[in-house]
Ligand binder design. Structure first.
Ligand code: FO1
Length: 318
């Protein structure tokens, strides 16, 4: 079985990661997750994209809501509200246990990666879920009212203000550039037979991963070794399957289509999977020097997740 590294954000990334986990042998998949969305609530570090991937791969996710745990209860949130705490970012009771546990271990001096690997093992996940960096990277967005922390914009303001600029503090903009590729991410990319870019938001899920010093170069090194990098479009028929990617591309003056996403990945990927609804875009994608693979790409159940994973792996390995 090939060893596969997938780059993923939240919901869309988790779905394809699950498809890959379903078709690969246990332990042959590593998922590098975006930590730019991480934020502290009630003094606890919450890592939404990591946790969405973790809960999905553990079979614990609430598939309707897209985030958090199935069968969750909300007693702690109710009590926090009575105590006057802001509860616009909803944390369920069992989800809170993870944030308490992770924050305690971080304060004891452990690395985010060590904690993530241990937690995944405890939840029975054989896939290696790797934070993109141990040091914090924080995505911020600039709107007409100024800069906002990512979750303030995404959840509290329901992604309503148009995004004029995106920054990844701790990666590209911090004076010291503290974040760096972890040894685990480096080893995964160096040993990969295939690299997959999941159908996640290219602007705020994949871009922060690529902004971590070392990761883009490690992917380029893999390609020089002959390893193929295949991405899947998160835009189908001009619309994001989930989340604000379409509105963000439009506000930033980019084309809202699979082709617009492909343009962002020029020089990074070998092949791009676009949905059958976008078959007409295939020649334009190929003119960018990227092989276009036209396939059903909307994942509605485990069968379609596994089917897309097989198409992606074929494109990497054929
Ligand atoms: N998304 C929401 O729209 N509302 C919430 O209250 C919310 C809480 C939340 C708690 C834990 C978690 O892991 C994710 C949560 N999300 C919530 C999702 C999260 O904001 C998004 O998935 C991402 O950050 C965008 O990828």
């Amino acid at each position: 079985m090939p060893r596969v590294v997938a780059l993923a954000g939240g919901v869309g990334g988790a779905k394809l990661a699950l498809g890959l986990q379903l078709v690969l042998a246990p332990g042959d998949l590593a998922v590098v997750v975006n930590t730019g969305d991480d934020q502290e609530f009630h003094g606890l570090l919450v890592c939404p994209d990591h946790d969405t991937v973790l809960y999905t791969l553990a079979g614990l996710a609430d598939r309707e809501r897209g985030w958090g745990l199935a069968g969750e209860t909300w007693a702690a949130a109710g009590q926090l509200a009575r105590l006057g705490e802001p509860t616009w970012f909803q944390l369920g009771d069992r989800d809170l246990a993870l944030h308490v546990h992770r924050t305690r271990r971080l304060r004891d001096g452990e690395r985010l990666t060590t904690i993530a690997l241990d937690v995944a093992a405890r939840l029975g996940v054989a896939t290696r879920i790797l934070p993109m960096s141990d040091a914090p990277v924080r995505t911020r967005v600039r709107t007409a009212d100024g800069w906002l922390a990512f979750q303030d914009w995404f959840v509290r303001l329901r992604q309503e203000p148009a995004v004029l600029e995106v920054a990844f503090d701790g990666a590209e903009r911090a004076p010291s550039g503290r974040a760096q590729m972890t040894p685990e991410v480096q080893a995964a990319l160096a040993g990969a037979d295939a690299i997959v870019i999941c159908p996640s938001n290219p602007l705020v899920s994949i871009a922060p991963i690529l902004a971590v010093p070392g990761i883009r170069d490690a992917i380029a090194d893999a390609r020089r070794r002959g390893i193929r990098v295949v991405a899947v479009s998160p835009i189908v028929a001009g619309r994001a399957l989930k989340g604000p990617a379409d509105r963000m591309l439009a506000a930033l003056g980019e084309e809202v289509s699979a082709l617009g996403v492909a343009r962002r990945y020029i020089g990074l990927i070998d092949a791009f999977v676009i949905d059958e609804a976008d078959a007409a875009l295939a020649p334009a994608v190929e003119r960018l020097g990227i092989r276009a693979v036209v396939a059903p790409s909307v994942m509605t159940d485990d069968a379609s997740r596994a089917a897309l994973a097989r198409i992606v792996l074929d494109a990497c390995l054929a």
